[in-house]
Design a protein around this ligand. Structure first.
Ligand SMILES: NC(=O)c1ccc[n+]([C@@H]2O[C@H](COP(=O)([O-])OP(=O)(O)OC[C@H]3O[C@@H](n4cnc5c(N)ncnc54)[C@H](O)[C@@H]3O)[C@@H](O)[C@H]2O)c1
Length: 381
């Protein structure tokens, strides 16, 4: 019989966005079953959402507090919890989950403050628990190829990095229409310190760090709120100096009409360059010094192991967002099995983003906001 885990979901009820993506991503590998949930912000809607998903009414909870209390008392308690609520609730929910001994998969940005993220990291560490943060773009095979090529020195010393995440869906005041996803994202009490910076700039920061391994030494941020009435940025530009002497530019903007999910990474070393675009994720363009650029394809020959083990179907059949998200869950589930059974984590488990990455993302937002307020270059440390 196949060994399976069980999980609960907090958030992701009727009308929510990312919860359903998480459920689909998990189902790709069919190694975990959703058996419990506190799926919405009100008990009524939570139960209605659970009924729609066919959950046992006995494990359909009105709140996350009730879920942790009652699941903890069961012999067949869930193995892990997926937290897919708006940002302001991540910290209390994840803290309670970890304190009750549940492994956690948490969406980004991890918390409102870096102190909170540090606290979650230390609870997870001392309780021997996995706390994965779903920076899902690191699950793409060609992102893992880019990382492996840089780690192997194929581009030489990295000199310049451009990371951008551009969207257009908040180019007008969508929030006043009551659109749920827009409404909480522009509210500082719910979203946190960053607008576009926290929502998608953290993805760009994580992609840059995952692929290049570079560490920020100083940064200088410029934040704008172009749509009248917004308290948070809807557009961010950050210049960074890295500890190895490289320079970076990161832009995150939600007012770029015509952009969908324009997440792009360009890395230039002294021996070569690479380009990757989320909207064509199966391809990685690479140019070595004095050679013609070439396109590496997901599933093609000659890729590094981390890319090869992250592909699911043969070259030429497109893979995308859900498969990459599924790779994060595949690694997280491997990591949970490894903890449970006391064996070494698989390579996929070693590649997942953790709460330590989540903490760095929140610190990035904090530093950028401080820098923009002072209009000054700030040290990272
Ligand atoms: N990794 C990604 O690519 C990605 C993409 C989108 C969103 N996100 C993140 O996922 C989270 C959710 O975003 P979304 O766009 O799905 O939001 P959403 O508003 O569509 O959904 C949030 C859900 O959480 C529920 N909820 C709110 N408070 C709750 C509580 N106390 N208990 C239980 N449920 C509660 C809401 O009822 C809703 O079902 C955010 O942190 C966001 O930053 C990540």
């Amino acid at each position: 019989m196949v060994d399976r885990l069980s999980y609960a979901m907090i958030g992701g009820g009727i009308g929510a966005f990312i919860g359903e993506v998480h459920r689909r991503a998990i189902s790709l590998d069919d190694r975990a079953t959703l058996v419990a949930g506190a799926l919405s912000s009100t008990p009524e809607k939570s139960k209605q959402s659970a009924a729609q998903l066919g959950l046992d009414p006995d494990r359909s909870y009105g709140s996350y507090e009730e879920l942790f209390e009652r699941e903890s008392a069961r012999d067949d308690r869930v193995d892990f919890v997926s937290i897919v609520t708006p940002n302001d609730t991540h910290y209390p929910i994840a803290k309670m989950a970890l304190k009750h001994g549940f492994h956690v998969v948490l969406d980004k940005p991890a918390t409102h403050t870096s102190e909170q993220a540090n606290e979650l990291a230390s609870i997870a560490e001392s309780n021997g628990l996995v706390c994965c943060v779903t920076y899902n773009y690191t699950g793409y095979p060609m992102v893992r190829q880019a990382r492996a090529m840089i780690a192997a020195g194929e581009l030489g010393t990295i000199r310049k990095v451009y990371a951008e995440y551009h969207q257009g869906w908040l180019a007008s005041d969508l929030e006043v229409s009551g659109q749920k996803q827009a409404a909480w994202r522009v509210d500082p009490k719910r979203a946190g310190l960053g607008g576009a910076l926290g929502d998608i700039g953290t993805h760009a920061e994580n992609l840059l760090a995952f692929v290049t391994g570079l560490e920020i030494q100083t940064l200088h941020a410029n934040l704008n709120s172009f749509v009248p009435g917004r308290a948070l940025d809807d557009d961010a530009s950050v210049m960074m100096q890295f500890t190895n002497g490289a320079h970076g530019v990161l832009t995150a903007s939600q007012i770029c009409i015509g952009e969908g999910n324009g997440l792009t990474l360009r890395v230039h070393g002294d021996r070569g360059s690479l380009w990757w675009r989320q909207e064509s994720p199966d391809e990685l363009r690479v140019a070595l010094l004095d050679q013609n650029p070439v396109i590496y394809s997901r599933g093609g020959a000659g890729l590094h192991d981390d890319a090869a083990i992250s592909a699911r179907i043969p070259q030429g059949h497109p893979e995308g967002y859900l498969e990459a998200f599924g790779n994060i869950y595949k690694g997280a589930i491997d990591a949970i099995f490894a903890k449970r059974d006391g064996h070494e984590p698989s390579r996929l488990a070693q590649l997942i983003p953790s709460i330590v990455d989540g903490e760095r993302g929140v610190r990035f937002v904090e530093r950028c906001v401080q820098s923009a307020k002072k209009n000054a270059q700030l040290d990272w440390a």
